[in-house]
Design a protein around this ligand. Structure first.
Ligand SMILES: [Zn+2]
Length: 174
């Protein structure tokens, strides 16, 4: 099996978290990292199960600009317009689509896209995870980024980690 099946759950979480480690962002904005993480995984949470059930391509309905805008607006209303939750959620989803490029049906349903149908997606994913260097090296990089973030923020117990995910403790208030 030589088909490529690129699916990077760890990297999808690690990359946006790393961007939010930038001092410029970290010191300036209040944000909730739970929302960022959920956003950065949501397109795959919706599309990958559809793929595994043979109901979609794995990059279908939730890998579109329309989907991320609608989800953003729904969450924005649910959290009573708290931007520190809804904006990281939107950015998480945007980073996800960016990392999945170029095979992303961004403008679906306004533009039709053709998909390569995969017969046994689960087997193909496992095969790629262990045999495709792009896939496993990216996931290893994601894992190392997460370790770096834990050490960089001295997150050595679950209480500190939860606190770190809930609010931006490095915010400089003036
Ligand atoms: Zn994806």
């Amino acid at each position: 099996m030589n088909e490529v099946f690129e699916f990077f759950p760890i990297f999808h979480v690690a990359f946006p978290l790393l961007i939010f480690e930038l001092p410029l962002i970290k010191r300036k904005y209040e944000f909730n990292r739970f929302a960022l993480i959920v956003g950065s995984l949501l397109p795959d949470i919706v599309d990958k199960p559809l793929l595994f059930m043979n109901l979609g391509s794995g990059r279908g309905i939730s890998h579109t600009i329309l989907f991320i805008l609608i989800s953003f607006m729904i969450l924005h209303l649910i959290v009573k317009k708290k931007m520190n939750i809804s904006v990281p959620f939107l950015l998480g989803m945007a980073f996800h689509l960016l990392l999945d490029l170029p095979e992303v049906p961004l403008f679906y349903p306004f533009i039709e896209y053709e998909y390569i149908l995969i017969e046994d997606p689960f087997e193909l994913w496992l095969n790629n995870l262990f045999n495709n260097p792009i896939v496993y090296l990216t996931e290893i990089a994601g894992f190392l980024i997460l370790i770096f973030i834990l050490i960089n923020n001295r997150l050595f117990n679950s209480k500190d980690i939860i606190n770190f995910l809930k609010r931006n403790t490095d915010l400089v208030t003036r």
